[in-house]
Design a protein around this ligand. Structure first.
Ligand code: SF4
Ligand code: SF4
Length: 509
């Protein structure tokens, strides 16, 4: 880490000079045979990888009409080219969204279009060689699937979806990424991304009860596997022990305590994150999501609430209904989905985000705060990609932007916005999302964080901001790692519920 220096700040916005090949040697580790086979992929690059890859591509083009549209619709207008934080930070032209897409588009043209089959050189079509496959691996694992580029594309082309398709093809031929596939294996084997077994989780929660009692004098519970609880909280496993994540977990528990809500965590489904989405694999996405449904059925809960995790909320908001039957859209032939629909309380949104839960309670005047407890903080808010561009909160457009900010304003006196060209739907990725939060990619993560760090520096200089709140476990982990490289204190980042925890009054309500 000491060898990686933060790039120099520039005046925003800026179109960086090109440095071709700057990141061609920055590659995340390839998964070994054990990791691959544990989740049903070939252990290593299969002999007939070329034919298998093309066949998989054909399958995905048939299955996802959007992918075919994205392959055909781009007019190379360039509107997306300077919108990716990885291009801005690394200056590698292959990290321009359009160039990243063209890695696949050129192969698509060669095998799936008539001009590409007849006159490949004239239409920029390429054979899928091993060199091209390696290039896919390198640069599709330098995309955090943040979707910022798609906001600026006049055709709405979603590079993240192309990245997911590429990763799915790579896994199919035995060329998987170590970090993501190892984590998926841990979820199946142990129940969460961090490999924290049930008894260790129980110990951790007991310890937290003691800590909160010491700090507040109040018996705030952190219940585990309680049958008949009203709320099942599914939260990222980092919340159980990583800093600053754990402070948000304490905040959720205090909200449940102060509102008299019975709740529980599940040892079987102790992970909100779902890396199945990052690798673009439907079966993994569904298998991981099904753990939530199984836990909800076993525990007999009435509500499912998701903790502070960006991509988990996207999966929950966008896919849990059709994947598992949580929320509307349960398959009429799926007996367990129908059972869950009967069990859940439909006066509430299913699933809900913890910010929706807390904001509802604030509006119902069931929570009180001493805002001065947060007066040491001058706070700004970093919108996380998957919340901002892949989900919604509340029952109105933009609720995913307003509700976390409303909570911050309800619990703290000092709140400042960053440059609006970099917040809400235009927010920059933290630099570590989409399966890139691994130290093998630290150089990419540091450089990819540059746009956010530059804009943060503006509010630090102008308003003395000293706390950046966010509602994503990956953002928290990424920022605490890379912010010291930019000269910030790692404690400058934290969760919205960390601020809630600081200010909440634990009375008898
Ligand atoms: S989805 Fe995000 S990381 Fe990927 S190309 Fe677009 S802006 Fe870059
Ligand atoms: S903005 Fe859209 S159409 Fe224009 S180059 Fe980018 S992906 Fe292609």
């Amino acid at each position: 880490m000491a060898d990686i220096a933060a790039p120099a700040y520039r005046i925003f916005p800026i179109i960086p000079a090109l440095k071709p090949g700057a990141m061609e040697n920055v590659r995340s580790f390839v998964a070994n045979e054990k990791i691959q086979t544990a989740i049903g992929f070939p252990g290593q690059l299969v002999e007939d990888w070329h034919d298998k890859a093309i066949a998989k591509m054909g399958e995905l083009l048939g299955k996802y009409r959007s992918l075919r549209v994205f392959m055909d619709a781009c007019v190379h207008c360039g509107a997306c080219s300077d919108k990716c934080h990885y291009f801005i930070g690394t200056q590698d032209p292959k990290n321009m969204p359009v160039a990243r897409q063209d890695l696949m588009r050129s192969v698509y043209r060669r095998y799936f279009t008539l001009p590409g089959k007849m006159f490949p050189a004239l239409v920029g079509a390429r054979d899928l060689t091993k060199e091209v496959l390696d290039e896919w691996y390198t640069y599709f694992w330098q995309c955090s699937e943040c979707r910022r580029c798609s906001v600026f594309c006049p055709y709405g082309i979603d590079t993240a979806e192309i990245t997911m398709a590429a990763r799915e093809i790579l896994d199919t031929v035995g060329y998987g990424q170590k970090y993501s596939n190892e984590i998926i294996g841990k979820v199946h084997r142990i129940g969460n991304n961090l490999g924290l077994p049930g008894p260790a989780l129980a110990d951790t929660l007991e310890g937290l009860e003691e800590d909160v009692k010491d700090a507040t004098g109040v018996d705030v519970r952190f219940p585990l596997d309680v049958k008949g609880a009203e709320v099942l909280l599914i939260t990222p496993s980092a919340d159980f022990f990583a800093e600053p994540h754990i402070d948000s977990l304490i905040g959720y528990a205090k909200v449940f305590h102060a509102t008299g809500t019975s709740w529980t965590l599940s040892s079987m489904s102790s992970e909100a994150g779902n890396f199945g989405m990052f690798i673009g694999n439907y079966d993994q996405l569904r298998a991981i999501a099904m753990r939530i449904r199984t836990a909800a059925l076993e525990l007999g809960v009435k509500r499912i609430v998701i903790g502070e995790c960006g991509h988990a909320w996207r999966v929950a908001y966008s896919f849990l209904n059709t994947l598992t039957g949580v929320g509307d859209g349960a398959d009429a032939n799926d007996r367990f989905a129908q059972m869950l629909q009967k069990q859940l309380d439909h006066r509430y949104k299913q699933p809900s985000h913890i910010c929706e839960f807390t904001w509802d309670m604030i509006q119902d005047e069931r929570l009180s705060f001493d805002k001065e407890k947060n007066d040491k903080h001058i706070i700004t808010f970093h919108d996380s990609c998957n919340v901002a561009r892949g989900s919604r909160m509340g029952n109105y457009a933009g609720g995913q932007f307003e509700i976390p900010r409303n909570i911050i304003r309800a619990v703290a006196n000092n709140f400042v916005e960053m440059n609006p060209a970099t917040t809400r739907e235009k927010t920059f990725c933290c630099g570590g999302g989409g399966g890139l939060l691994t130290d093998d990619l630290l150089e990419l993560r540091v450089k990819g964080a540059l746009p956010r760090m530059e804009v943060l520096q503006n509010v630090v200089d102008e308003h003395s901001v000293n706390f950046m709140a966010t509602i994503c476990a990956i953002c928290k982990a990424q920022f605490t790692k890379i912010m010291p490289i930019y000269g910030y204190d790692r404690r400058m980042v934290g969760g919205v519920h960390q601020l809630v925890s600081n200010a909440i009054l634990l009375g008898d309500k």
